[in-house]
Design a protein around this ligand. Structure first.
Ligand code: GLN
Length: 312
């Protein structure tokens, strides 16, 4: 018998073709992406995974790593210590804005680059090697399999990261970073170059939806309180200067990356991931946003929606 969710998702496979946008090229290696690739995956908290399109195509995770590394910093340092270094306020700015909150001299939130470079520096480890290995294992536990690393994307971003380098040195100047800014920058660029598939991203989102327990391996990856904290920040800040539009029209905590992935988390129910490399002016997958809007509407996923019939 055909599965109705699979049938429904397949009916969306052609949706949003004309969404427009352009593949990211400020990281030279990303410009090589095939703009017509598409994937849509849903993972439920009871361990079902539905896939349409190129669900097993690997690409670099980019900014979708930010909420996960932030969760690791919360676990390693505790919420109070992390709050000394990075705030939880929407900035209304682009993800790569070179600025700190003028009142606190801290990054506004961990979803923009300034906050994410800071969070990367708060991960425990004796050196960068150990810190990155912990970050990779942490993301792998969310995905339920060992994630790889794209050395070409890493080198490509490292050699052109003038803007992120400026941010890292600004963080050092204001003593948000207390040690070598180049080390924190390197750590952040490494984390962005981890390789995921859209199926991985759906599982990672489902692990967040499931309060920090991976639905398939049943491993408790993160503490439920840290997951609540991270999902709150994704709700208010995950989509940067489009966060208000997103929470109004789609209504789920989310995070995007410049490779073209977007994850969404419906707490207690499911994780969703869409992939399409053409980006809108905010750096979000243009087609991904359209697909999310439609699914949220038709499956009644909006967090503020009262009568929900999406339990199946
Ligand atoms: N590595 C990218 C950068 O820092 C990530 C940006 C993103 O995915 N929004 O520019």
């Amino acid at each position: 018998m055909r599965n109705p969710i699979q049938d429904y998702l397949e009916s969306l496979a052609d949706h949003g073709h004309d969404a427009g946008g352009a593949v990211a090229d400020y990281i030279p290696e990303l410009a090589a992406a095939d703009p017509d690739r598409f994937a849509l995956c849903i993972a439920t908290v009871d361990g079902h995974l539905y896939t349409v399109g190129d669900g097993d195509l690997p690409y670099s995770i980019q900014s979708i790593s930010k909420p996960f590394t932030y969760a690791l910093a919360l676990q390693d340092r505790g919420a109070a210590a992390v709050a000394q270094k990075v705030d939880v306020e929407p900035s209304g700015d682009a993800f790569n804005e070179i600025s700190l909150d003028p009142r606190t001299n801290r990054p506004s939130n961990p979803m923009i680059n300034a906050g994410a470079i800071t969070a990367a520096s708060l991960v425990d480890g004796v050196d960068n090697e150990e810190r990155f290995e912990r970050v990779r294992q942490w993301h792998s536990a969310f995905a339920g399999r060992q994630l790889g690393f794209d050395a070409q994307v890493y080198q490509s971003e490292l050699s052109t990261a003038h803007r992120n380098r400026a941010i890292a040195h600004m963080l050092r100047e204001f003593e948000v970073l207390e040690s070598d800014p180049e080390g924190a920058l390197d750590q952040y660029i490494r984390q962005c170059a981890m390789k995921v598939t859209t199926e991985d991203l759906a599982m990672m989102a489902a692990t967040l939806a499931n309060g920090g327990v991976n639905p398939i391996s049943e491993e408790r990856v993160a503490q439920a309180t840290d997951v609540e904290h991270v999902l709150s920040v994704m709700t208010s800040c995950g989509m940067y200067d489009a966060a208000g539009d997103w929470i109004t029209s789609v209504g789920v905590p989310a995070k995007s990356g410049v490779s073209g992935g977007i994850i969404g988390v419906l707490p207690g129910q499911l994780g969703l991931a869409v992939f399409s490399p053409r980006l809108d002016s905010h750096g979000h997958s243009a087609r991904g946003v359209e697909v999310f809007e439609r699914i949220s509407d038709e499956m009644e996923l909006h967090l503020m929606h009262v009568t929900r019939n999406s339990r199946t």
